[in-house]
Design a protein around this ligand. Structure first.
Ligand SMILES: [Zn+2]
Ligand SMILES: [Zn+2]
Length: 236
């Protein structure tokens, strides 16, 4: 009854174009399906879309530097309707998109035969930004994913100060998100666990690397990462 009423008041809308759709768990309309920029050829390690695939499916950055995470599950390239969908999810108040975006991450995990993590966590927002936006989109994705996988979701990290968006930083600074921008929360127990770290978009992997390093330092056995989309290598 309540559910029916809610559906009438807030019918599920396609996360890509906003048109009303039938399925609220997988809210994608037929018109958008063929236009989704799927991340088919991605670096296995960081999720960056690759122009050319070599034998090891690794991007040049991951070949040069050892990352604190070992694998990435990223279903979309951050462009076109995927970019628009994520922007609406992030800034347009479209929290309801979390379920569908997380479902795509889950599909990617299945495709890449991801092991089941012991725990899911997410990249935090600085509290001032959280205050303005009202929610952390990475946390919403993590929670939706945790529900589907039946894996506990825990907030483990804090963002200590606000940093400019990575897209506005120079190439060199972008790699080095300083370690103390993030901190591990108190009473967090990740020791010996296989952790899945979630963000909305991966730009350079620098944020993920720094957060993963904190988790590894706290004793996490492995850290794998997941995001809805990753920016293309040509933009880096
Ligand atoms: Zn659509
Ligand atoms: Zn890579």
């Amino acid at each position: 009854m309540m559910r029916t009423l809610l559906r009438l008041l807030f019918p599920p809308k396609c996360v890509f174009c906003g048109r009303v759709t039938e399925n609220e768990n997988f809210a994608v309309c037929e018109d958008c399906l063929p236009h989704i920029p799927l991340n088919r050829r991605a670096c296995r390690n960081c999720g960056t879309p690759l122009d050319t695939v070599y034998g090891d499916w690794m991007c040049t950055t991951c070949r040069k530097r050892k990352r604190a995470f070992t694998r990435a599950y990223v279903p979309f390239v951050y462009k076109d309707i995927a970019r628009e969908a994520i922007l609406r999810f992030k800034f347009g108040g479209r929290r309801g998109s979390a379920g569908t975006l997380a479902a795509y991450i889950l599909l990617k995990m299945r495709e890449m035969r991801a092991p089941r993590p012991d725990m899911i966590t997410f990249v935090p927002l600085h509290f001032t930004r959280l205050g303005v936006r009202g929610y952390n989109q990475a946390a919403l994705l993590a929670r939706a994913l945790g529900k589907m996988l039946g894996v506990p979701v825990q907030s483990t990290l804090r963002k200590m100060r606000n940093t400019p968006p990575q897209s506005k930083m120079s190439g060199r600074n972008r790699w080095a998100v300083q370690h103390d921008v993030f901190a591990l929360k108190r009473d967090v127990d990740v020791a010996g666990k296989d952790v899945l770290l979630v963000d909305d978009v991966i730009t350079t992997g620098a944020t993920m690397h720094t957060c993963a390093r904190h988790l590894k330092k706290a004793g996490a056995k492995t850290v794998e990462i997941a995001a809805a989309a990753a920016t293309s290598f040509v933009h880096k």
